[in-house]
Write a protein that binds this ligand. Structure first.
Ligand SMILES: Nc1ncnc2c1ncn2[C@@H]1O[C@H](COP(=O)(O)OP(=O)(O)OP(=O)(O)O)[C@@H](O)[C@H]1O
Ligand SMILES: [Mg+2]
Length: 77
């Protein structure tokens, strides 16, 4: 009997470290960029309330993860 296991279509990479200033944001941005350059579809989620990843990518911080998780949920409820 054989068992076929398909390669996973998606994956999650978490970059976390309690210590500040050790390169978490830099690694998240550069790793995401590298994966995108290789044709991967990447969703980059910044859980840091400072939202520095937006700054890193040259984006304006119009809303934060809190708005998505809490404010949107409150609207739906
Ligand atoms: N591999 C590296 N070599 C040299 N400098 C680096 C490297 N990675 C990050 N840095 C620099 O270290 C500093 C801190 O990096 P970064 O902001 O990514 O850390 P962080 O862990 O996200 O910090 P925080 O905890 O404040 O969110 C930045 O000035 C960044 O440019
Ligand atoms: Mg950071």
């Amino acid at each position: 009997m054989s068992c076929y296991r398909a390669e996973p279509m998606t994956g999650t990479i978490a970059i976390a470290n309690q210590k500040g200033g050790v390169g978490k944001t830099t690694m998240a941005a550069t790793l995401s960029h590298g994966l995108a350059l290789r044709g991967k579809r990447v969703l980059l989620v910044d859980c840091d309330p400072q939202g520095q990843i937006a700054t890193f990518l040259g984006m304006r911080q119009e809303s934060v993860l809190f708005d998505l998780l809490v404010a949107t949920a409150a609207c739906a409820g």
